[in-house]
Design a protein around this ligand. Structure first.
Ligand code: MRU
Length: 369
């Protein structure tokens, strides 16, 4: 996608030596556009856990590159494989909810352990990291095509009047390598000339909606309005939302969806108001091993300072201010689970299916055991 008219991906290998991974450091957006270089596995682990990069897809791709950096760092002797296994555990532990992380690490682990000499392992890890990144971008592009049909149909039903889409958090191109998932249909429909507008939930505590989704929609020229997290229900009651599209950090094979905290409440409000609620996700976000999202998806709990403090631009500088009494206790659950019964459909790289086992396996028979 474009930043000030220039095409960027969220992560890339730095040319010409290819031993450094560059990222857009999301901590400074929307106020500053900062590109950061990562030289080691430790840098990748820190970038993931402290959310310099974030979003299910991008976390997976960063993990893929992290495993490549681990292969570069590994001693070229008998301890190569144990070094790699230890790096894999460190990367996997960086954030627990997005399944793309362990999916990418396991894919790399298999590749590296199966390759021959240390130099062959490095080459194989590089190829796999690039493949994970390329597939992520291509899957997002396809999700955009399939999801666009939902927006196009609503536009037709409204006689071409503006389609209002509500989204939560950032499942945009910043959360993947390119295009995004929830926003990919928006970009594709916008390019096609469909009149649309996006309601952007600010998404406390880290405000990924206000800071990131609003910024990337603005960069692509998509009309949008930022709203407080509590506004969606009111808008839905007053026919100001035609469809909700969100992303997913982990989806069970039965269609339960873990996504940024607050998603479940939007799904409840959408159900009560008869508004379609779609989840856009690549198959790498599906955890094929689990059935019950509430029971089986680990929900990340993050530090309380994200709730207590808020960050923003003040006289040209990014500053943090205290919101709560210093001594108040806080809780910071990163994600919640929306049960499949509240989901109208899953928009995937292979098409749209119902949020139920049979429908999901019809699109992805290769994962049926
Ligand atoms: O904690 P984050 O910012 O990594 O949150 C993950 C997300 O970006 C959202 O939950 C998103 O809606 C789905 S993942 C693209």
């Amino acid at each position: 996608m474009y930043v000030n008219g220039k095409h960027y991906r969220t992560i890339w290998l730095k040319e010409p030596d290819k031993k450094v991974v560059s990222i857009i450091d999301q901590r400074f957006l929307p106020h500053r556009f900062v590109v950061k270089d990562l030289h080691s596995v430790s840098c990748i682990v820190r970038a993931i856990s402290e959310m310099h990069v974030r979003g299910a897809g991008l976390i997976g791709v960063a993990a893929g590159y992290g495993m490549y950096l681990a292969a570069l760092e590994a001693p070229a002797d008998g301890s190569f494989d144990s070094f790699i296994k230890e790096a894999a555990e460190r990367i996997k532990a960086a954030r627990p909810t997005a399944v793309n992380l362990s999916w990418a690490v396991d894919k790399q682990l298999k590749t590296i352990l199966n390759a021959g000499s240390p130099s062959e392992k490095v080459i194989a890890a590089l190829e796999t990291a690039k493949e994970i990144a390329g597939t992520d971008a291509e899957n997002s592009r396809k999700i955009g095509q399939f999801g666009m049909e939902v927006i196009e149909r609503i536009s037709r039903e409204k006689g071409g009047k503006r389609v209002n889409i509500l989204t939560h958090c950032n499942a945009g191109w910043l959360a993947f390598v390119d295009y995004g998932t929830a926003t990919a249909p928006v970009y594709t429909a916008h390019e096609k000339g469909i009149d649309l507008h996006v309601w952007v939930d600010e998404t406390r505590p880290r405000n990924q909606g206000a800071a990131l989704t609003a910024w990337e929609l603005g960069q692509q020229g998509v009309p949008h309005t930022v709203i407080c997290d509590n506004t969606g229900g009111h808008l839905m009651q007053h026919q100001m939302v035609d469809v909700v599209i969100v992303g997913s950090d982990r989806t069970t094979r039965t269609g339960d969806v873990a996504n940024k905290i607050g998603t479940y409440l939007k799904a409840l409000a959408a159900k009560d108001n008869g508004i379609p609620f779609y989840v856009a996700l690549p198959s790498s976000s599906i955890d094929w091993e689990i059935e019950d999202g509430l029971r089986d998806i680990p929900i990340e709990e993050r530090g309380g300072e994200e709730v207590k403090y808020i960050e923003g631009l003040c006289e040209g500088e990014i500053k943090k201010v205290l919101l709560t009494p210093e001594e108040s206790g806080v809780a910071n659950y990163g994600f919640d689970v929306t049960p499949a019964r509240l989901v109208t459909g899953l928009i995937t790289e292979k098409g749209i299916c119902k949020a139920e086992k049979d429908s999901i396996f019809k699109l992805f028979p290769e994962f049926k055991k």
